[in-house]
Design a protein around this ligand. Structure first.
Ligand SMILES: [Zn+2]
Length: 337
């Protein structure tokens, strides 16, 4: 039963009883459900997570974890004892690999796979209001030895106003309305599988400097199939999902359902160049637009994804959109070949 159906059935039942307050409550509930459903389309990808990793590393590394709370037991893979063991550990590094975020403490590690609707908030103080559906919280201590910007932080984060003050005790809150995301506790010496993060499941990151044009040319040879699926295949190249695959293909002027085998050698090279330029320009935009509300996904600057029926920014003709396979694919039939 879909949400619209729930809405209609329950609304008519409530109205049949003449219970207007009930009908109003249902309308309100359904409004929130629809809003949550709409966020499902906005899945974090490499540019979103790259911003988050840079920012959270700059804000939190060098601080000790004071306490962690698992409010949504389904979200956390690990035991309460393991979770308690993180208290007092210093966060050394917060980084991204593919669509995963990694927190490296001085002894143990945490991996986060936000999946569809998982979002991380950086709260300057524990007193800041927690978002609804907060399922996991990490409270960090002050940075007593703070002497200005961290030398290992990304340059764009230097002097950012949202970096918590040295004496602050910031919190990271993980919220997830669909509860599909997972947080993996990885105590040192424990062999807990993180599905999707294995070395054989994940190719090089799409922005990895070691993924040179030559490496790309040789890797792409062993991956047949349609171009959109190819870009979304984490084993081929990691970090790209539904939205940025559409953007990259538009930039490369290639149609999403073209087969890799039909590409001329220069088209293989154009696809590589488009991947790099699309991701780096998205990251540059998001650095300006996202902080300090890291829990919101900014997508309004995209050229084609989710813009079916609108004008193509390159040729002015109508953007085509399909939902084949259960996900949105948007492209321009006129200037993508
Ligand atoms: Zn076009």
């Amino acid at each position: 039963m879909n949400l619209a159906h729930v809405h209609i059935v329950n609304n008519s039942r409530a109205c049949a009883r003449g219970d207007l307050a009930m009908a109003r409550a249902w309308r309100l509930l359904c409004f929130h459900l629809h809003n949550d459903a709409r966020t499902i389309a906005i899945v974090p990808e490499l540019p979103d997570l790259a911003i988050l990793a840079d920012a959270f590393h700059a804000a939190l590394s060098g601080r000790n974890l004071v306490a962690a709370e698992a409010l949504g037991p389904l979200t956390v893979r690990g035991t309460p004892t393991e979770l308690a063991g993180f208290s007092g550990q210093r966060l050394e590094r917060f980084h991204r690999r593919g669509k995963f975020l990694w927190l490296e403490f001085d002894r143990d590690r945490i991996a986060i796979n936000a999946m569809l609707t998982g979002r991380l908030q950086l709260a300057q103080t524990p007193a800041a209001k927690r978002p609804q559906k907060t399922l996991f919280v990490m409270r960090f201590g002050s940075r007593p030895d703070d002497t200005g910007p961290r030398t290992d932080a990304a340059e764009w984060t230097f002097d950012a106003g949202w970096i918590p003050k040295p004496e602050a005790t910031p919190e990271v809150r993980y919220r997830d309305p669909t509860q599909m995301g997972k947080i993996y506790l990885l105590p040192h010496g424990m062999d807990r599988t993180v599905p999707g993060a294995g070395e054989d499941e994940m190719g090089p990151d799409a922005d990895d400097p070691n993924l040179t044009l030559d490496v790309w040319r040789s890797r792409i040879r062993s991956h047949p199939g349609e171009l959109k699926n190819l870009l979304r295949n984490q084993a081929f190249v990691a970090g790209i999902g539904n939205a940025y695959s559409d953007e990259i293909l538009h930039a490369a002027r290639l149609q999403p359902f073209r087969k890799r085998g039909s590409l001329a050698p220069e088209e293989v090279d154009e696809l590589y160049a488009a991947m790099r330029s699309t991701l780096s320009s998205a990251i540059a935009t998001l650095r300006e637009r996202v902080p300090p509300t890291f829990e919101t996904e900014v997508r309004d600057f995209l050229a084609v994804h989710n813009r079916g029926g609108q004008d193509c920014p390159r040729c002015g003709k109508r953007i085509t959109q399909t939902e084949a396979g259960g996900f949105v694919t948007s492209y321009c039939r006129h200037c993508q070949r």
